[in-house]
Design a protein around this ligand. Structure first.
Ligand code: ZN
Length: 105
């Protein structure tokens, strides 16, 4: 058991978030996402840094356990990505914008 740094509530050491106030209990959260079958063996690792410089880092891992590429996003871009994944229509140009784009200036 340990104590939440935000509210002082007791929680198990394995908890990522405080069950009492939802405060994050780690400075880095990591999740792995399995690749599409066409990219068999590859995985996407997403690391969320909850530090003074909050950001999200994406890295592509090969079957041999090597990071092939990585990029970090600032929080506002990561939030835009989350909205895009939750609702792909967000950010898509409207029909009017698509028509305006066809008109030469
Ligand atoms: Zn708490």
């Amino acid at each position: 058991m340990r104590v939440c740094t935000e509210c002082g509530g007791e929680l198990a050491t394995v908890f990522r978030f405080c069950p009492w106030c939802a405060a994050p209990q780690r400075s880095k959260l990591v999740e792995f996402f399995r690749g599409h079958p066409r990219d068999r063996g590859r995985a996407l690792r997403v690391s969320r840094y909850l530090t003074e410089d909050p950001h999200v880092r994406f890295s592509v891992w090969s079957p041999g356990g090597v990071a092939e590429a990585a990029v970090s996003l600032e929080e506002d871009e990561a939030e835009r990505l989350a909205r895009f994944l939750a609702d792909p229509r967000v950010g898509r140009p409207t029909a009017l914008r698509r028509l305006r784009a066809l008109i030469p200036r």
